[in-house]
Design a protein around this ligand. Structure first.
Ligand SMILES: O=C(CO)[C@H](O)[C@H](O)COP(=O)(O)O
Ligand SMILES: [Fe+2]
Length: 245
């Protein structure tokens, strides 16, 4: 297949009060990347506004992307002072363009934006992400058809990773959606050398499905942080990906 396994513990499940030591612990357990979930806080009010406006005008007015608030560039900057690790940043925000410059300055390594909120400006986004020294990726929610990311992979200036969400974005600890594996299979068949990341509900009981479908970048939060021996889970995830290849 020509792609390498990357195991990325999701720091959303870490003890945020001890982020630097949690990061170091994960790297010592064999993590390749650290997955950082950036969210912008979708309230019930926003949900009503969003759906009401969609219904009336059949265009999208999204004020916030997910119903949760996590971290932003200042926390990435703080962590960067303690770690040289690859920080795989997953931007669950409505206006990713506003975040590129601060995230680049803060020391993010990968910048993955959502296709659902970047239909108009993905070309500009990819170009600016690269100019700030980050690796551009695109993510898609469970309800978004896989065809929507093809133009971004086939562009002259393409994304370098596709993140297939296997839960609804917003929270760790949700149940893996096996039906998303069709998207992974389709992508892998079409793009043998592409980095394909899966995110949400990955762990020892679900990794075989993701690995055999062709995913090579594995985000795992609760299954790694909740394990008595995280190193064993990380190694199991990696072995599954390598064996599937
Ligand atoms: O993007 C995310 C949530 O929106 C997280 O990365 C994801 O949920 C990881 O946590 P877990 O492995 O516990 O499902
Ligand atoms: Fe994520």
């Amino acid at each position: 297949m020509g792609v390498t396994a990357k195991i990325a513990p999701s720091m959303l499940s870490s003890d945020f009060a001890n982020l630097a030591s949690e990061a170091e612990r994960m790297l010592n357990c064999g993590a390749d990347w650290l997955h950082m979930d950036i969210m912008d806080g979708f309230t019930t009010y926003d949900w009503f506004v969003h759906n009401f406006v969609q219904l009336l005008y059949s265009f999208v007015l999204i004020r916030h992307f997910v119903p949760n608030l996590t971290i932003g560039a200042p926390v990435i900057e703080s962590l960067r002072k303690h770690s040289q690790a690859y920080l795989d940043c997953h931007l669950m925000v409505t206006n990713p363009l506003d975040y590129v410059e601060p995230m680049g300055k803060a020391g993010a390594s990968g910048f993955t934006f959502h296709v659902e909120v970047s239909k108009e400006n993905w070309q500009e986004l990819i170009q600016i992400i690269k100019s700030k020294g980050m690796k551009p990726g695109v993510a898609l929610k469970p309800g978004t058809p896989i065809e929507e990311v093809y133009p971004l992979i086939e562009a002259e200036n393409p994304v370098e990773m596709v993140l297939v969400m296997t839960v609804e974005p917003g929270f760790g600890g949700q149940k893996f959606m096996p039906e998303m594996m069709d998207k992974v299979r389709t992508l892998r068949k079409k793009y043998p050398a592409l980095d394909i990341e899966v995110d949400g509900g990955l762990g020892p009981s679900t990794i075989e499905m993701a690995a055999s479908a062709g995913a090579n970048c594995i985000v795992a939060g609760s299954s790694v942080f909740g394990a008595p021996e995280p190193a064993k889970v990380i190694s199991l995830l990696r072995n599954s990906v390598q064996q599937a290849q």
